[in-house]
Design a protein around this ligand. Sequence first.
Ligand SMILES: [Zn+2]
Length: 277
Amino acid sequence: MGTIFNERVIEDFMLMCKKGVDQGWHERNGGNLSYRMTKDDVEYCARFFKKHPGEWVEMPVSANNLKGEFFIVTGSGKFLENVNTEPQNNIAIVEINQTGNSYRIVWGLDQGGKPTSEFPTHFLTHSARKMATDGDNRVIYHAHTPYVVALTNVLPLESELFTRMLWKSATECCLFCPGGVGVVPWMVPGSTEIAECTSDLLSKYDAAIWAFHGAFVTGKDFDSAFGLMQTIEKSAMVATITLAANAGKMPNQTITDDQLREMAKAYNIRLNEDFLK
Ligand SMILES: [Zn+2]
């Protein structure tokens, strides 16, 4: 019969947690990950579901287009570095009810617990991305990326300025983040307010920067979401080093807007023109 851990999607979920920890992005219980399961994923995993699922828990948010969906999600207060040694106690599969406003745990968190405190943000963002990408987008990932956080301490918290700085700091950033990034001002993590603001930005952009906190990215699969986080953090690192080497002033020798357009043409991608001059 095997175990649920033979299922590729569970392996991939656990591997992504490890890769984030290896990058140093998940101190203590920092960061979280969720994945909207396919019908095939659910079919395979269902044989391992609890005989008695948890109680339905009403959420402060709801989404019509997520009725009856299943998500794999990290647990609230759980450390991502423990996911690989004790997955059954640190991650869960949750089912959404037919009203789209409550969840119940059908697998995992065997020693008790609930989905990440950022689940409202994940949930609303899954809803926005499912709609924006015609169901293609399945992964939402939040990490405490130090260079992104550092930049929010020194640059004005504006989506256009951050997107241009990231695109112009490393040549390939624009290829993998063509929609740009939206900046969320400081808000209390786990709040409905930050969930609504983040999902709103992620209906338009590829990623959201949380001021003084980290980043939220989306992707069609684990590799593309993780790769986007890495790409943004690498560009933020170059930008931070550049600002430090340039006495804190914005550099005047960077990739030009026309060069960004050349990249877009050569690689057949559509850059968000709102951010070009
Ligand atoms: Zn966080």
